[in-house]
Design a protein around this ligand. Structure first.
Ligand code: SIN
Length: 538
């Protein structure tokens, strides 16, 4: 299997808001490759409904946005990072608009006749501050960014290319600090592994929702970037903080369809099996409490009543208002025979967002020189123990900008000209694909059953044991057989699952999204302590 080498100044893995923003910002200064394992628009960003949180209204302030973020983060956010991201948000949003992103505007012009942006609300926000494009904000941002990417002559997009592992100077036996030299990439259409050489690699591969049986994430969310970075020796933190979105559509035929938090922001109530509101019994903010609280309340209601789901009801609002604000959600529900203008929507919590990730500073720098991580794959300290709704697109934008400034100044020193080709070893075609899909199912069910919204030490230990057995099997499989996209994803998913459990076992308390019945209260000793896992060998 011949393995040609391609060389770039900047290599971006992932084609969501973080990766595309970074690529656009450096493209005037060098050749950029964007490597993406499916089509360019297959990203978590494209699925984001709610919007971007940022201070754009006169009634709002940076101080309030910072306060809401810190409060949702349950004591674990890094305040300086929160402040930077919140304060730089408006400038980055202005750039997005300049690029052609069309956010929804208010129907009524202000006194000067200008149209203001419409702002919606989500849980944990004390003010209306979510910019949105109806209920398909991510898709609108992705559209604008991809159009700009297509216009830039220095950017090449490699679709259906699956990154496998990093090539670092540490692995090559080059002396000095560990630096990035390139990445092995499976070119799926050609069915061969290629070397992409670059002094700078940007991980913008998103999250890992597929590690759970039920998730709001698209199929691509298998934690590839996180697992690669971990294998290469980068530190990973706070993976125990998996955010479960409270309201995923519950229907036998619907796979992973999110009902945006903005629906609650615009007045929807959560109802139990008896069709009565229950959130006021759990928190004075009721349906507008932060997500960890709402998801746990739903879990507890479902366990208490034995019901399969709860209900989200906005039918008390005028039908026209609902259709206007939520055209896509309304249409999707209608496909399943649910008319949200007249009846409540059955919903359940599902894995939604990975708050932990590869440890970075606010500039996206990791502990490996030349490796940057931005967006959901990174752990900057913004989200702490629970992400405030709609802060993630904001973080991706701000950190992509800051990482681009650092990457443009980065001096890699001399790197080997020709990197070693991929060694397929004695690989043969895999005829045991059924084992891959069986292991994949087992990981997802194990995480759902033992590492879900409510945890115990015993369940975590049980998950740890099962995952260790699976890892052994997957490792054998990986070395014996030719790599396929499914096998690569399975290997990465297993690593992410182990990291979530390892981080959860480190934290002997309950905080934010991590709730352990054996340690049901926050421990002040852990208030500002991150969990952390790192492989010694690079
Ligand atoms: C939503 O629309 O509810 C998702 C927004 C987010 O996850 O930040």
């Amino acid at each position: 299997m011949h393995s040609p080498q391609r060389a770039f100044d900047f290599l971006v893995l992932g084609s969501g808001i973080a990766g595309l923003t970074f690529a656009l910002k450096v493209a005037d200064h060098g050749r950029v490759a964007i490597v993406t394992k499916k089509n360019r628009a297959d990203s978590n960003t494209n699925w984001a409904q709610g919007g971007i949180a940022s201070v754009t209204s006169k009634e709002d302030s940076f101080e309030l946005h910072v306060r809401d973020t810190l409060e949702a983060g349950a004591g674990l956010c890094r305040e300086s990072v929160v402040r930077t991201i919140v304060e730089e948000g408006p400038a980055r949003i202005a750039e997005l608009i300049e690029l052609g992103t069309r956010f929804t505007e208010r129907d009524i012009p202000d006194s000067s006749g200008a149209r203001e942006l419409d702002l919606t609300r989500e849980g944990g926000h004390s003010k209306r501050r979510i910019l949105h494009a109806r209920d398909a904000t991510g898709a609108e941002i992705e559209r604008a960014l991809l159009a700009a990417i297509a216009r830039h002559p220095n950017i090449a997009v490699f679709e259906n290319h699956h990154a496998i592992d990093f090539i670092t100077t540490g692995k090559l036996g080059v002396s000095g600090p560990n630096r990035m030299a390139g990445v092995y990439v499976l070119n799926q259409p050609e069915n061969r592994v290629e070397v992409f050489a670059s002094p700078v690699t940007v991980l913008a591969t998103g999250g890992s929702g597929k590690v759970y049986l039920y998730t709001t994430n698209p199929d691509i969310a298998t934690g590839d970037g996180l697992a690669m970075a971990f294998r290469a020796g980068a530190a990973v933190s706070n993976m125990e903080f998996v955010q479960f979105h409270p309201t995923c559509l519950f229907h036998p035929k619907a796979k992973t369809y999110l009902i945006s938090e903005a629906v609650r922001g615009e007045g929807a109530y959560l109802l139990g099996a008896d069709r009565r509101r229950f959130m006021p019994n759990y928190d004075p903010r009721a349906e507008m409490a932060p997500r960890d609280i709402v998801a746990r309340a739903i879990d507890s209601e479902m366990k208490r009543t034995g019901a399969d789901c709860v209900f989200l009801d906005i039918s008390h609002k005028p039908a026209e208002f609902i259709r206007e604000h939520f055209p896509n959600i309304h249409a999707k529900c209608m496909e399943y025979g649910i008319d949200m203008t007249r009846e409540p929507i059955p919903v359940v919590p599902a894995a939604h967002y990975q708050c932990g990730g590869v440890v970075t500073n606010v500039d996206g720098e990791t502990e490996i020189a030349g490796l940057y991580a931005i967006g959901e794959v990174a752990c900057t300290g913004l989200h702490g123990a629970n992400r405030l709704a709609s802060n993630s697109l904001l973080e991706a934008l701000v950190c992509a900008h800051r990482a681009s400034l650092k990457a443009l100044k980065f001096e890699s020193g001399s790197l080997p000209g020709l990197l070693p080709p991929w060694q397929p070893g004695g690989a043969t075609d895999a005829d045991e694909l059924v084992v891959v899909s069986h292991n994949w199912d087992e990981i997802r069910r194990t995480l759902w059953d033992y590492v879900g919204i409510v945890r115990t030490d015993k369940r975590l230990r049980r998950a740890e044991k099962r995952l260790a057995n699976l890892q052994e099997e997957i490792r054998e499989f990986y070395w014996d057989f030719k790599v396929t996209p499914d096998l690569l994803e399975l290997r990465n998913l297993a690593t992410v699952a182990e990291l979530i459990v390892a981080c959860a076992l480190q934290r002997p308390e309950s905080r934010g999204l991590h709730y352990n019945l054996d340690h049901p209260h926050p421990d002040p000793a852990w208030q500002q302590r991150d969990s952390r896992v790192q492989r010694i060998s690079g």
